[in-house]
Design a protein around this ligand. Sequence first.
Ligand SMILES: [Mn+2]
Length: 317
Amino acid sequence: MDKFDLIYKKISSASNIGIVTHISPDGDAIGSALALWRVLSVYGKKCDCLCDSPLPKLYEDVPFAEYFNKQTQTKYDLMISVDVSNPSRCGCYEPLFKKIEGISFDHHKGRESFAKTNYVEYTSSSAEIIFSFVELYFKDFISKEVAELLYIGLLTDCGGFAYEYVNSNSFYTAGKLLNYGIKNADLYRKYLTERPLSVVKLSAYAVSKAIYECGGKLVFLVFDDELLNKFGCGIDQTSEILKDAMRADSILVGISLTEVAKNSYKVSIRSKGDEVSALDIASEFGGGGHKNASGCRLNGDLGIILDKLSFAVSKNI
Ligand SMILES: [Mn+2]
């Protein structure tokens, strides 16, 4: 049986569905999970959209934001993960995938399968996959709001169609979604161009204080608690700033370290083109992601962490 058919059957026969997306959710995680939540809810399923992290400020205005993380049920007979590359990224919902029938929709390379049924395609975004699925079985339930959620997922996860895994189906999906009357220019500006003034100011400061290694091919940005407080920025706003530092044409790899607790850092790793794999570097430290955009968590002394990361990059550069 076709995998989509199998998944459709499982969804049809389930009554209480938990949709889980990954911790530190991005536009794709939020857009895909909420879009699927809405479609299945309108289809008549009791459905919750779950995430073991709060909704980032940037996404507070997306359609149905009030249902993100709104748990209305205590028991589920089907769990669906969306955009989750590793079971630990489900946070507190991870154990449910061991107990209950599970489905995964994902687009990450090198992912760890943890649900019983996995639908994986290495494409622009999970949103692109969710659209293919809902267009096939739930076309009548795709509203303008659902289309907007999926478009936000698609647009943000491929950097506005800038990344290499964008293919003709990504543009096909975008075209189909635009037909629902959503506004590309507004969404592009809001999610890919604009930032809070505090982030613009922090970016200018952080880039001016950047640390360069590997003959100027690697740039580090460090955001400690004190710096974030001084500029009034949140921990989910720093990986964007890395893009500014990486505009320098000499840079091949950019790493930002954001202090999430004392001596504990959220590490975002970005690389350009085929020369260096950000994923290989993150994998060395138990992280994951994509070839050019990945991340991990590291604990310990900042100086030692920088040395370790620098060494890992130097082996690959
Ligand atoms: Mn994604």
